[in-house]
Design a protein around this ligand. Structure first.
Ligand SMILES: [Zn+2]
Length: 315
């Protein structure tokens, strides 16, 4: 079992949960009492931990959450877990290449409709000359039968599953909650093993923070995320993530005050203890914070905020 480092923030005060037995391809019970299976795809990496978790809900009439990457072995594993039972719906949290593409093949194999997040779209257009470094991770072919908005309800064998819109990691990110059981499928919005990537223009920090607030205001008692193991103390954990991001924003303002002007200079200063291979991901996170600090007037730059821009304090 390989262990990948978190892509961001090993200096985090959040207690990340990095123990996880992926059991690639084999269905693993994901809940003590409810019939929920986790099948983890064999696509480990710095941004996917041990791989993408697909969830299979129900005994007789099934609901699948996040089919995963376009991977024949994972399709076989899901079909084995489904074992000929009927599938009512294939739900997708967001359009990253490790979550949504297998929806097409799974739909062909099962006839179930694909529901959930809308087509892939960034939060904003690219500025002149700006490059979207995460472009390849977007699944632009995702074409759901039905796009579900916040508050929509999907009937499942385990009770209604409600849609909780949680933009931030992507603009279209959704969580799904079995409200009657306090179980929330948190996708890539909140994961136990790592803080989530928030990288403009596909991601945006202000909506991400608002989406953390949304989850904190709910009473869910268990999160089943898109990567890694269950989060069994989700309120405390999500509050920790929020404090962590606020601390980062303050640290970035401190660096601007100290005279740093660029993303690389800030990364060098505040991620000094972090593996240099992760500095690319850290740069995107710093950029996301700077974009938000400019939007709220605490920082300034000339023209639109850019990864390679120069920044300063205001006032
Ligand atoms: Zn993602």
């Amino acid at each position: 079992m390989s262990t990948n480092p978190a892509p961001d923030l090993s200096t985090s005060p959040v207690a990340l949960q990095t123990g996880f037995d992926a059991s690639h391809g084999a269905p693993v019970p994901a809940h003590e009492t409810l019939p929920i299976l986790r099948v983890t795809a064999n696509n480990p990496g710095p941004f996917t931990f041990h791989g993408t978790n697909s969830y299979v809900l129900g005994d007789e009439r099934l609901t699948i959450i996040d089919p995963g990457p376009a991977d024949d072995a994972h399709l076989d594993a899901l079909l084995k877990a489904i074992a000929g039972r009927s599938v009512d719906a294939i739900l997708v949290t967001h359009t990253h290449a490790d979550h949504s593409p297998l929806a097409r093949a799974l739909q062909q194999a099962t006839g179930a409709p694909v529901l959930g997040c809308g087509p892939h779209a960034p939060f904003r257009d690219l500025a002149d000359g700006e490059v979207n470094l995460l472009d390849a991770s977007g699944d632009r072919a995702h074409a759901p039968d039905t796009v579900l908005g916040d508050g929509a309800m999907i009937p499942t064998e385990l009770g209604p599953l409600s849609v909780v819109a949680t933009p931030g990691h992507t603009a279209n990110h959704l969580c799904f909650a079995l409200d009657a059981h306090g179980v929330l499928f948190s996708g890539d919005h909140v994961m136990g093993w790592s803080t989530t990537i928030v990288a403009p223009p596909d991601g945006a920090m202000a909506p991400y923070m608002a989406s953390l607030d949304r989850l904190i205001a709910r009473g869910d008692t268990l999160y089943l995320p898109g990567h890694g193991g269950a989060v069994d103390d989700p309120q405390r954990f999500t509050r920790g993530l929020r404090s962590h991001r606020r601390m980062r924003a303050n640290a970035i303002l401190e660096r601007l005050k100290a005279g740093d002007e660029t993303v690389p200079a800030i990364v060098q200063a505040i991620y000094a203890g972090v593996d240099a291979r992760l500095h690319g991901a850290a740069a995107l996170s710093v950029f996301a914070h700077l974009e938000e600090l400019v939007a709220c007037g605490d920082a300034a730059t000339d023209g639109p905020p850019l990864l390679r821009g120069r920044y300063r304090m205001t006032g």
